[in-house]
Design a protein around this ligand. Structure first.
Ligand code: HEM
Length: 493
Protein backbone atom coordinates (compact mmCIF):
# COMPACT_ATOMS: atom_id res chain seq x y z
CA UNK A 1 0.00 0.00 0.00
CA UNK A 2 1.40 3.36 -1.09
CA UNK A 3 1.86 6.29 1.26
CA UNK A 4 -0.46 8.35 -1.04
CA UNK A 5 -3.42 6.02 -0.49
CA UNK A 6 -2.94 5.99 3.28
CA UNK A 7 -3.09 9.76 3.43
CA UNK A 8 -6.31 10.04 1.36
CA UNK A 9 -9.41 10.94 3.42
CA UNK A 10 -11.53 7.94 4.37
CA UNK A 11 -14.67 9.19 2.58
CA UNK A 12 -12.80 9.33 -0.75
CA UNK A 13 -12.95 5.51 -0.69
CA UNK A 14 -16.61 4.46 -0.16
CA UNK A 15 -15.75 0.83 0.66
CA UNK A 16 -13.23 1.82 3.28
CA UNK A 17 -15.61 4.48 4.59
CA UNK A 18 -18.41 1.94 5.08
CA UNK A 19 -16.08 -0.52 6.80
CA UNK A 20 -14.92 2.29 9.14
CA UNK A 21 -18.51 3.15 9.99
CA UNK A 22 -19.37 -0.46 10.81
CA UNK A 23 -16.28 -0.81 13.04
CA UNK A 24 -17.07 2.45 14.81
CA UNK A 25 -20.68 1.42 15.39
CA UNK A 26 -19.50 -1.91 16.83
CA UNK A 27 -17.10 -0.13 19.21
CA UNK A 28 -19.78 2.33 20.37
CA UNK A 29 -22.24 -0.49 20.89
CA UNK A 30 -19.74 -2.55 22.91
CA UNK A 31 -18.87 0.44 25.09
CA UNK A 32 -22.54 1.24 25.62
CA UNK A 33 -23.33 -2.35 26.55
CA UNK A 34 -20.37 -2.46 28.93
CA UNK A 35 -21.50 0.78 30.59
CA UNK A 36 -25.08 -0.40 30.77
CA UNK A 37 -23.98 -3.73 32.28
CA UNK A 38 -21.86 -1.87 34.83
CA UNK A 39 -24.88 0.07 36.14
CA UNK A 40 -27.39 -2.71 35.55
CA UNK A 41 -28.23 -5.14 38.26
CA UNK A 42 -26.33 -3.21 40.90
CA UNK A 43 -27.68 -3.16 44.46
CA UNK A 44 -30.06 -0.17 44.81
CA UNK A 45 -28.87 2.87 46.77
CA UNK A 46 -31.08 3.90 49.70
CA UNK A 47 -32.54 7.25 48.67
CA UNK A 48 -31.33 10.33 50.54
CA UNK A 49 -31.69 14.08 50.21
CA UNK A 50 -28.31 15.54 51.11
CA UNK A 51 -25.65 14.40 48.60
CA UNK A 52 -22.47 13.82 50.63
CA UNK A 53 -24.08 13.28 54.03
CA UNK A 54 -26.37 10.62 52.55
CA UNK A 55 -28.29 8.60 55.14
CA UNK A 56 -25.89 9.35 58.02
CA UNK A 57 -28.33 11.52 59.98
CA UNK A 58 -31.18 9.06 59.61
CA UNK A 59 -28.93 6.22 60.79
CA UNK A 60 -27.85 8.32 63.77
CA UNK A 61 -31.48 9.03 64.71
CA UNK A 62 -32.53 5.37 64.82
CA UNK A 63 -30.27 2.81 63.26
CA UNK A 64 -32.64 -0.14 63.72
CA UNK A 65 -35.59 1.69 62.18
CA UNK A 66 -33.39 2.80 59.26
CA UNK A 67 -32.21 -0.70 58.39
CA UNK A 68 -35.67 -2.15 58.91
CA UNK A 69 -37.17 0.42 56.50
CA UNK A 70 -34.40 -0.10 53.95
CA UNK A 71 -34.85 -3.88 54.02
CA UNK A 72 -38.63 -3.58 53.55
CA UNK A 73 -38.21 -1.19 50.63
CA UNK A 74 -35.14 -2.56 48.84
CA UNK A 75 -34.81 -6.20 49.93
CA UNK A 76 -31.83 -8.06 51.35
CA UNK A 77 -29.05 -6.18 49.52
CA UNK A 78 -28.78 -2.39 49.26
CA UNK A 79 -26.16 0.34 49.25
CA UNK A 80 -26.03 3.08 51.87
CA UNK A 81 -24.28 6.42 51.50
CA UNK A 82 -22.98 8.04 54.67
CA UNK A 83 -20.43 10.88 54.78
CA UNK A 84 -19.34 10.34 51.18
CA UNK A 85 -18.83 6.62 51.58
CA UNK A 86 -20.96 3.97 49.87
CA UNK A 87 -21.35 0.66 51.68
CA UNK A 88 -23.21 -2.24 50.15
CA UNK A 89 -25.05 -4.01 52.96
CA UNK A 90 -26.31 -7.57 53.08
CA UNK A 91 -28.96 -8.11 55.74
CA UNK A 92 -30.45 -11.58 55.26
CA UNK A 93 -29.16 -14.52 57.33
CA UNK A 94 -29.00 -16.86 54.32
CA UNK A 95 -26.91 -14.44 52.20
CA UNK A 96 -24.65 -13.63 55.17
CA UNK A 97 -24.15 -17.34 55.71
CA UNK A 98 -23.32 -17.83 52.00
CA UNK A 99 -20.72 -15.05 52.23
CA UNK A 100 -19.17 -16.45 55.43
CA UNK A 101 -18.97 -19.93 53.88
CA UNK A 102 -17.09 -18.78 50.76
CA UNK A 103 -13.87 -17.03 51.82
CA UNK A 104 -12.34 -17.64 48.37
CA UNK A 105 -14.99 -15.50 46.68
CA UNK A 106 -15.49 -13.12 49.62
CA UNK A 107 -12.06 -12.39 50.98
CA UNK A 108 -11.27 -11.05 54.45
CA UNK A 109 -7.46 -11.49 54.51
CA UNK A 110 -6.81 -8.34 52.50
CA UNK A 111 -9.05 -6.24 54.73
CA UNK A 112 -7.52 -7.71 57.92
CA UNK A 113 -4.00 -6.70 56.79
CA UNK A 114 -5.02 -3.22 55.53
CA UNK A 115 -7.09 -2.47 58.62
CA UNK A 116 -4.43 -3.62 61.06
CA UNK A 117 -1.63 -1.74 59.32
CA UNK A 118 -3.84 1.34 58.97
CA UNK A 119 -5.02 1.48 62.57
CA UNK A 120 -2.10 0.10 64.58
CA UNK A 121 1.66 0.41 64.37
CA UNK A 122 2.50 -3.24 63.62
CA UNK A 123 5.31 -3.43 61.04
CA UNK A 124 3.81 -4.14 57.61
CA UNK A 125 6.48 -6.82 57.06
CA UNK A 126 5.13 -8.73 60.07
CA UNK A 127 1.46 -8.30 59.08
CA UNK A 128 2.11 -9.52 55.53
CA UNK A 129 4.40 -12.40 56.48
CA UNK A 130 3.72 -16.12 56.55
CA UNK A 131 4.62 -15.93 60.23
CA UNK A 132 1.29 -14.26 60.91
CA UNK A 133 -0.88 -16.60 58.87
CA UNK A 134 1.03 -19.83 59.53
CA UNK A 135 2.20 -19.44 63.14
CA UNK A 136 0.76 -16.49 65.08
CA UNK A 137 -2.91 -16.80 64.07
CA UNK A 138 -3.00 -20.60 64.58
CA UNK A 139 -1.36 -20.04 68.01
CA UNK A 140 -4.05 -17.49 68.87
CA UNK A 141 -6.80 -19.92 67.84
CA UNK A 142 -5.20 -22.72 69.88
CA UNK A 143 -4.72 -20.68 73.08
CA UNK A 144 -8.18 -19.09 72.87
CA UNK A 145 -10.02 -22.34 72.01
CA UNK A 146 -12.35 -23.94 74.60
CA UNK A 147 -9.60 -26.39 75.55
CA UNK A 148 -6.77 -23.83 75.49
CA UNK A 149 -8.41 -20.96 77.33
CA UNK A 150 -8.50 -22.57 80.82
CA UNK A 151 -5.36 -20.93 82.33
CA UNK A 152 -6.37 -17.41 81.20
CA UNK A 153 -9.87 -17.93 82.59
CA UNK A 154 -8.46 -19.23 85.86
CA UNK A 155 -6.43 -16.06 86.41
CA UNK A 156 -9.35 -13.93 85.24
CA UNK A 157 -11.60 -15.60 87.81
CA UNK A 158 -9.31 -14.79 90.73
CA UNK A 159 -8.75 -11.24 89.50
CA UNK A 160 -12.49 -10.58 89.11
CA UNK A 161 -13.26 -11.79 92.60
CA UNK A 162 -10.46 -9.68 94.16
CA UNK A 163 -11.29 -6.55 92.16
CA UNK A 164 -15.01 -6.79 92.92
CA UNK A 165 -14.21 -7.10 96.61
CA UNK A 166 -11.87 -4.10 96.51
CA UNK A 167 -13.85 -1.81 94.19
CA UNK A 168 -17.23 -2.80 95.60
CA UNK A 169 -16.26 -1.90 99.14
CA UNK A 170 -15.13 1.49 97.83
CA UNK A 171 -18.56 2.20 96.32
CA UNK A 172 -20.83 0.30 98.74
CA UNK A 173 -23.82 2.22 100.10
CA UNK A 174 -23.39 5.31 97.93
CA UNK A 175 -25.02 6.29 94.67
CA UNK A 176 -22.47 5.23 92.02
CA UNK A 177 -22.31 5.67 88.24
CA UNK A 178 -22.38 2.05 87.05
CA UNK A 179 -19.67 2.69 84.49
CA UNK A 180 -17.16 3.78 87.15
CA UNK A 181 -17.64 0.50 88.91
CA UNK A 182 -18.09 -2.07 86.13
CA UNK A 183 -15.79 -1.01 83.31
CA UNK A 184 -12.53 -0.84 85.34
CA UNK A 185 -13.19 -4.26 86.94
CA UNK A 186 -13.81 -5.97 83.59
CA UNK A 187 -10.91 -4.11 82.01
CA UNK A 188 -8.34 -4.89 84.71
CA UNK A 189 -9.29 -8.54 85.15
CA UNK A 190 -8.98 -9.18 81.39
CA UNK A 191 -5.61 -7.41 81.23
CA UNK A 192 -4.29 -9.47 84.17
CA UNK A 193 -5.59 -12.71 82.62
CA UNK A 194 -3.36 -12.29 79.55
CA UNK A 195 -0.53 -9.99 80.64
CA UNK A 196 -0.17 -10.74 84.35
CA UNK A 197 0.01 -8.32 87.24
CA UNK A 198 3.05 -6.49 85.84
CA UNK A 199 0.86 -5.07 83.06
CA UNK A 200 0.65 -1.28 83.58
CA UNK A 201 -3.16 -1.37 83.57
CA UNK A 202 -3.76 1.99 85.22
CA UNK A 203 -1.39 3.91 82.94
CA UNK A 204 -2.90 2.15 79.93
CA UNK A 205 -6.50 2.87 80.92
CA UNK A 206 -6.84 6.46 79.74
CA UNK A 207 -4.77 5.83 76.62
CA UNK A 208 -6.99 2.88 75.70
CA UNK A 209 -10.19 4.87 76.33
CA UNK A 210 -8.91 7.73 74.15
CA UNK A 211 -7.94 5.38 71.34
CA UNK A 212 -11.24 3.51 71.62
CA UNK A 213 -13.38 6.66 71.60
CA UNK A 214 -12.01 7.73 68.19
CA UNK A 215 -11.67 4.29 66.62
CA UNK A 216 -14.99 4.30 64.72
CA UNK A 217 -14.10 7.68 63.18
CA UNK A 218 -10.86 6.24 61.87
CA UNK A 219 -12.83 3.40 60.28
CA UNK A 220 -15.17 5.84 58.54
CA UNK A 221 -12.13 7.44 56.91
CA UNK A 222 -11.60 10.58 59.02
CA UNK A 223 -7.89 11.51 58.53
CA UNK A 224 -5.63 10.81 61.50
CA UNK A 225 -4.66 14.48 61.84
CA UNK A 226 -8.19 15.19 63.10
CA UNK A 227 -8.13 12.31 65.58
CA UNK A 228 -5.93 13.58 68.39
CA UNK A 229 -7.26 11.12 71.00
CA UNK A 230 -6.67 8.18 68.69
CA UNK A 231 -3.14 9.31 67.78
CA UNK A 232 -2.03 10.12 71.33
CA UNK A 233 -3.74 7.04 72.79
CA UNK A 234 -2.02 4.78 70.27
CA UNK A 235 1.39 6.38 70.90
CA UNK A 236 1.03 5.95 74.68
CA UNK A 237 -0.14 2.34 74.39
CA UNK A 238 2.76 1.51 72.05
CA UNK A 239 5.24 3.11 74.45
CA UNK A 240 3.82 1.31 77.51
CA UNK A 241 3.69 -2.08 75.79
CA UNK A 242 7.26 -1.68 74.52
CA UNK A 243 8.35 -0.96 78.10
CA UNK A 244 6.32 -3.93 79.37
CA UNK A 245 8.04 -6.30 76.92
CA UNK A 246 11.43 -4.85 77.85
CA UNK A 247 10.80 -5.54 81.54
CA UNK A 248 10.06 -8.69 83.56
CA UNK A 249 6.69 -10.23 82.62
CA UNK A 250 7.12 -13.97 83.23
CA UNK A 251 3.63 -14.27 84.69
CA UNK A 252 2.01 -13.33 81.36
CA UNK A 253 -0.21 -16.02 79.81
CA UNK A 254 1.34 -18.79 77.73
CA UNK A 255 -0.38 -17.26 74.67
CA UNK A 256 1.47 -13.96 75.13
CA UNK A 257 4.83 -15.59 75.95
CA UNK A 258 4.71 -18.01 73.03
CA UNK A 259 3.74 -15.31 70.50
CA UNK A 260 6.45 -13.00 71.85
CA UNK A 261 9.10 -15.74 71.42
CA UNK A 262 7.99 -16.42 67.85
CA UNK A 263 8.07 -12.72 66.88
CA UNK A 264 11.46 -12.11 68.51
CA UNK A 265 12.94 -15.21 66.84
CA UNK A 266 12.35 -13.44 63.51
CA UNK A 267 14.50 -10.51 64.64
CA UNK A 268 11.74 -8.12 65.73
CA UNK A 269 12.33 -5.99 68.85
CA UNK A 270 10.15 -5.10 71.89
CA UNK A 271 8.62 -2.21 69.96
CA UNK A 272 7.24 -4.54 67.27
CA UNK A 273 6.11 -7.12 69.85
CA UNK A 274 4.40 -4.32 71.83
CA UNK A 275 2.63 -3.01 68.71
CA UNK A 276 1.40 -6.52 67.89
CA UNK A 277 -0.14 -6.82 71.35
CA UNK A 278 -1.69 -3.34 71.34
CA UNK A 279 -3.91 -4.70 68.57
CA UNK A 280 -4.83 -7.77 70.65
CA UNK A 281 -5.35 -5.59 73.74
CA UNK A 282 -7.86 -3.51 71.79
CA UNK A 283 -9.84 -6.62 70.71
CA UNK A 284 -9.69 -7.92 74.28
CA UNK A 285 -11.14 -4.75 75.75
CA UNK A 286 -13.39 -2.89 73.35
CA UNK A 287 -16.44 -5.19 73.37
CA UNK A 288 -16.48 -7.40 76.45
CA UNK A 289 -16.53 -4.70 79.10
CA UNK A 290 -19.45 -2.91 77.44
CA UNK A 291 -21.29 -6.22 77.17
CA UNK A 292 -20.89 -6.64 80.95
CA UNK A 293 -22.17 -3.12 81.48
CA UNK A 294 -25.30 -3.62 79.29
CA UNK A 295 -26.00 -6.94 80.92
CA UNK A 296 -26.51 -5.20 84.26
CA UNK A 297 -28.34 -2.18 82.84
CA UNK A 298 -30.76 -4.29 80.79
CA UNK A 299 -31.56 -6.65 83.64
CA UNK A 300 -31.92 -3.90 86.23
CA UNK A 301 -34.26 -2.12 83.81
CA UNK A 302 -36.74 -5.00 83.97
CA UNK A 303 -39.45 -5.11 86.60
CA UNK A 304 -37.98 -8.20 88.24
CA UNK A 305 -34.47 -6.70 88.12
CA UNK A 306 -31.53 -9.06 88.66
CA UNK A 307 -33.43 -11.19 91.22
CA UNK A 308 -34.00 -14.23 88.93
CA UNK A 309 -30.25 -14.30 88.20
CA UNK A 310 -29.48 -13.98 91.92
CA UNK A 311 -31.84 -16.88 92.69
CA UNK A 312 -30.21 -19.09 90.07
CA UNK A 313 -26.71 -18.31 91.33
CA UNK A 314 -27.70 -18.80 94.99
CA UNK A 315 -29.11 -22.18 94.11
CA UNK A 316 -25.84 -23.16 92.41
CA UNK A 317 -23.89 -22.00 95.50
CA UNK A 318 -26.13 -24.03 97.83
CA UNK A 319 -25.77 -27.09 95.65
CA UNK A 320 -21.96 -26.72 95.51
CA UNK A 321 -21.73 -26.30 99.29
CA UNK A 322 -23.88 -29.35 99.74
CA UNK A 323 -21.48 -31.37 97.60
CA UNK A 324 -18.39 -29.83 99.23
CA UNK A 325 -19.20 -29.59 102.94
CA UNK A 326 -16.94 -27.31 104.99
CA UNK A 327 -15.39 -25.70 101.87
CA UNK A 328 -15.53 -22.03 100.93
CA UNK A 329 -16.39 -20.86 97.42
CA UNK A 330 -13.61 -18.22 97.70
CA UNK A 331 -11.03 -21.04 97.84
CA UNK A 332 -12.48 -22.84 94.78
CA UNK A 333 -13.60 -20.04 92.51
CA UNK A 334 -12.60 -21.55 89.18
CA UNK A 335 -13.89 -25.00 90.05
CA UNK A 336 -17.22 -23.63 91.28
CA UNK A 337 -17.75 -21.33 88.37
CA UNK A 338 -16.81 -23.86 85.69
CA UNK A 339 -19.12 -26.58 87.03
CA UNK A 340 -22.16 -24.45 88.00
CA UNK A 341 -25.28 -24.97 85.87
CA UNK A 342 -26.60 -21.52 85.02
CA UNK A 343 -29.03 -21.70 82.09
CA UNK A 344 -30.68 -18.33 82.78
CA UNK A 345 -27.37 -16.50 83.01
CA UNK A 346 -26.14 -18.23 79.83
CA UNK A 347 -29.29 -17.15 78.00
CA UNK A 348 -29.07 -13.61 79.42
CA UNK A 349 -25.49 -13.26 78.12
CA UNK A 350 -26.55 -14.37 74.64
CA UNK A 351 -29.55 -12.04 74.71
CA UNK A 352 -27.39 -9.11 75.84
CA UNK A 353 -25.11 -9.71 72.87
CA UNK A 354 -28.06 -9.99 70.47
CA UNK A 355 -29.57 -6.80 71.80
CA UNK A 356 -26.51 -4.61 72.28
CA UNK A 357 -24.14 -5.69 69.51
CA UNK A 358 -23.78 -4.37 66.00
CA UNK A 359 -21.07 -6.30 64.19
CA UNK A 360 -20.36 -5.68 60.53
CA UNK A 361 -18.18 -8.18 58.67
CA UNK A 362 -16.50 -6.68 55.63
CA UNK A 363 -15.53 -8.84 52.66
CA UNK A 364 -13.83 -8.03 49.35
CA UNK A 365 -15.20 -9.77 46.29
CA UNK A 366 -12.51 -11.69 44.36
CA UNK A 367 -14.52 -12.71 41.26
CA UNK A 368 -17.88 -11.68 39.73
CA UNK A 369 -20.69 -12.88 42.02
CA UNK A 370 -24.41 -12.25 42.30
CA UNK A 371 -25.60 -12.60 45.90
CA UNK A 372 -29.33 -11.92 46.06
CA UNK A 373 -29.34 -11.43 42.25
CA UNK A 374 -27.15 -8.30 42.33
CA UNK A 375 -23.89 -8.01 40.46
CA UNK A 376 -20.60 -7.54 42.27
CA UNK A 377 -17.25 -7.31 40.52
CA UNK A 378 -13.75 -8.13 41.69
CA UNK A 379 -12.65 -5.55 44.27
CA UNK A 380 -16.18 -4.57 45.39
CA UNK A 381 -16.80 -4.51 49.15
CA UNK A 382 -19.73 -6.10 50.93
CA UNK A 383 -20.75 -5.55 54.56
CA UNK A 384 -22.65 -8.31 56.37
CA UNK A 385 -24.97 -6.48 58.80
CA UNK A 386 -25.54 -8.96 61.60
CA UNK A 387 -27.70 -6.59 63.67
CA UNK A 388 -30.43 -6.63 61.03
CA UNK A 389 -30.77 -10.35 61.65
CA UNK A 390 -30.83 -9.78 65.42
CA UNK A 391 -33.59 -7.21 65.05
CA UNK A 392 -35.66 -9.15 62.51
CA UNK A 393 -39.13 -9.54 64.07
CA UNK A 394 -39.77 -12.65 62.06
CA UNK A 395 -36.73 -14.38 63.53
CA UNK A 396 -36.82 -12.91 67.04
CA UNK A 397 -40.31 -12.28 68.37
CA UNK A 398 -40.51 -8.84 70.02
CA UNK A 399 -36.99 -8.21 68.81
CA UNK A 400 -36.89 -4.71 70.31
CA UNK A 401 -37.51 -6.11 73.74
CA UNK A 402 -34.74 -7.46 76.00
CA UNK A 403 -35.76 -10.90 77.18
CA UNK A 404 -33.10 -12.69 79.28
CA UNK A 405 -34.99 -16.01 78.96
CA UNK A 406 -35.20 -15.88 75.15
CA UNK A 407 -32.53 -18.53 74.45
CA UNK A 408 -33.65 -20.65 77.40
CA UNK A 409 -37.22 -20.87 76.15
CA UNK A 410 -36.50 -21.09 72.46
CA UNK A 411 -33.89 -23.31 70.85
CA UNK A 412 -34.69 -22.89 67.15
CA UNK A 413 -35.45 -19.72 65.21
CA UNK A 414 -36.98 -19.51 61.74
CA UNK A 415 -37.92 -17.18 58.89
CA UNK A 416 -40.30 -17.85 56.00
CA UNK A 417 -40.85 -21.31 57.45
CA UNK A 418 -37.13 -22.18 57.27
CA UNK A 419 -34.87 -22.74 60.28
CA UNK A 420 -32.29 -19.95 60.65
CA UNK A 421 -29.15 -21.38 62.22
CA UNK A 422 -27.19 -18.10 62.22
CA UNK A 423 -29.93 -16.18 64.07
CA UNK A 424 -27.42 -14.55 66.46
CA UNK A 425 -24.02 -13.39 65.24
CA UNK A 426 -22.44 -11.07 67.83
CA UNK A 427 -19.06 -12.63 67.01
CA UNK A 428 -19.32 -12.09 63.26
CA UNK A 429 -18.67 -15.30 61.35
CA UNK A 430 -16.60 -17.33 58.91
CA UNK A 431 -12.87 -16.76 58.72
CA UNK A 432 -13.02 -13.53 60.75
CA UNK A 433 -15.19 -14.83 63.56
CA UNK A 434 -14.09 -13.49 66.94
CA UNK A 435 -11.27 -15.65 68.29
CA UNK A 436 -11.88 -14.38 71.83
CA UNK A 437 -15.50 -15.52 72.09
CA UNK A 438 -14.84 -18.44 74.46
CA UNK A 439 -12.87 -16.22 76.78
CA UNK A 440 -15.45 -13.42 76.55
CA UNK A 441 -18.48 -15.57 77.42
CA UNK A 442 -16.70 -17.20 80.36
CA UNK A 443 -15.37 -13.86 81.57
CA UNK A 444 -18.87 -12.33 81.46
CA UNK A 445 -20.26 -15.32 83.31
CA UNK A 446 -17.72 -15.23 86.13
CA UNK A 447 -18.11 -11.46 86.44
CA UNK A 448 -21.90 -11.70 86.88
CA UNK A 449 -21.69 -14.69 89.21
CA UNK A 450 -19.17 -13.09 91.54
CA UNK A 451 -20.82 -9.68 91.42
CA UNK A 452 -24.18 -11.11 92.46
CA UNK A 453 -22.63 -13.36 95.12
CA UNK A 454 -20.89 -10.40 96.71
CA UNK A 455 -23.42 -7.54 96.31
CA UNK A 456 -27.04 -6.53 96.01
CA UNK A 457 -27.58 -4.03 93.25
CA UNK A 458 -30.41 -1.55 92.72
CA UNK A 459 -31.07 1.52 90.61
CA UNK A 460 -30.71 4.77 92.54
CA UNK A 461 -34.34 5.92 92.49
CA UNK A 462 -33.30 9.56 92.94
CA UNK A 463 -31.57 9.62 89.54
CA UNK A 464 -33.50 9.60 86.26
CA UNK A 465 -30.36 9.35 84.11
CA UNK A 466 -30.37 6.36 81.73
CA UNK A 467 -27.73 5.25 79.20
CA UNK A 468 -28.39 4.97 75.47
CA UNK A 469 -26.42 3.40 72.62
CA UNK A 470 -23.77 5.51 70.89
CA UNK A 471 -25.28 5.02 67.45
CA UNK A 472 -22.37 6.58 65.55
CA UNK A 473 -20.43 3.40 66.33
CA UNK A 474 -22.89 1.14 64.57
CA UNK A 475 -21.12 -1.78 62.92
CA UNK A 476 -18.11 -1.79 65.24
CA UNK A 477 -19.20 -4.37 67.84
CA UNK A 478 -20.93 -4.00 71.20
CA UNK A 479 -22.50 -0.55 71.44
CA UNK A 480 -20.82 1.92 73.73
CA UNK A 481 -23.01 3.66 76.30
CA UNK A 482 -23.80 7.37 76.24
CA UNK A 483 -24.93 8.63 79.64
CA UNK A 484 -25.04 6.28 82.60
CA UNK A 485 -27.14 4.57 85.24
CA UNK A 486 -26.65 5.36 88.92
CA UNK A 487 -26.80 2.31 91.17
CA UNK A 488 -26.46 1.51 94.85
CA UNK A 489 -24.48 -1.53 95.91
CA UNK A 490 -24.62 -3.26 99.26
CA UNK A 491 -22.37 -6.07 100.38
CA UNK A 492 -24.37 -9.30 100.83
CA UNK A 493 -24.23 -10.88 104.22
C1 HEM B 1 -18.52 -9.59 74.10
C2 HEM B 1 -17.29 -9.57 73.68
C3 HEM B 1 -16.84 -9.61 72.26
C4 HEM B 1 -17.54 -9.43 71.10
C5 HEM B 1 -19.02 -9.16 70.94
C6 HEM B 1 -16.60 -9.56 70.00
C7 HEM B 1 -16.92 -9.44 68.66
C8 HEM B 1 -16.01 -9.51 67.64
C9 HEM B 1 -16.33 -9.28 66.26
C10 HEM B 1 -17.71 -8.92 65.73
C11 HEM B 1 -15.20 -9.46 65.54
C12 HEM B 1 -15.03 -9.27 64.03
C13 HEM B 1 -15.73 -10.36 63.29
C14 HEM B 1 -15.83 -10.17 61.81
O1 HEM B 1 -15.22 -9.29 61.20
O2 HEM B 1 -16.56 -10.98 61.22
C15 HEM B 1 -14.15 -9.79 66.46
C16 HEM B 1 -12.85 -10.06 66.11
C17 HEM B 1 -11.88 -10.40 67.00
N1 HEM B 1 -12.01 -10.55 68.36
FE1 HEM B 1 -13.71 -10.29 69.44
N2 HEM B 1 -15.36 -9.83 70.51
C18 HEM B 1 -15.47 -9.86 71.88
C19 HEM B 1 -14.46 -10.10 72.77
C20 HEM B 1 -13.18 -10.47 72.43
C21 HEM B 1 -12.15 -10.83 73.38
C22 HEM B 1 -12.33 -10.86 74.89
C23 HEM B 1 -11.04 -11.11 72.65
C24 HEM B 1 -9.69 -11.58 73.14
C25 HEM B 1 -9.53 -12.45 74.10
C26 HEM B 1 -11.36 -10.94 71.25
C27 HEM B 1 -10.49 -11.14 70.21
C28 HEM B 1 -10.79 -10.91 68.88
C29 HEM B 1 -9.83 -11.02 67.79
C30 HEM B 1 -8.36 -11.39 67.94
C31 HEM B 1 -10.52 -10.70 66.62
C32 HEM B 1 -9.95 -10.66 65.20
C33 HEM B 1 -10.25 -11.96 64.50
C34 HEM B 1 -9.68 -12.01 63.08
O3 HEM B 1 -9.03 -11.07 62.63
O4 HEM B 1 -9.89 -13.03 62.43
N3 HEM B 1 -12.67 -10.54 71.16
N4 HEM B 1 -14.67 -9.82 67.73
Amino acid sequence: MSLDVQLQPLWSNPKLFLTGLVVLAAIVQTLYKKRKRASENRAPMVSHLIPWVGSALEIGRNVDAFFDRAQRKYGDVFAVKAFGRNTTCVVSPSLISEIYRNPQKYDFGHYRVTLTIGCFAIPASLMKSDLLSKVLRPAQHRHLSPTGIGPAIESHTTAVWDLLEKEGSRFAGVSTPLRDFVLPVLYQSSAYAFFGRSCPVLELYQAFNDFDSDFHLLLTGVPRVFLRKYTEGLATMNRLFEKYFNGPHEEASEYVLESERVIRDQGYDSKAVGAYFVCFFFALMTNARNAGYWMIVLNLGREEGVQPLVDEIDEAVTSWKHQNPGQKIEDHLYEFFSTAELPLLTSAIQETLRYASSAMSIRRVTEPVEPGGYRFDEGDEIACMTRSVHMDEEIHENALEYDPRRYMNQKTFSKNGKIVTNHSMPWGGGVSMCTGRHFATRALKSFMVFLLIQYTLEIDSKSSERPTFVLERVGTGVMHPRGDLRVILHARK
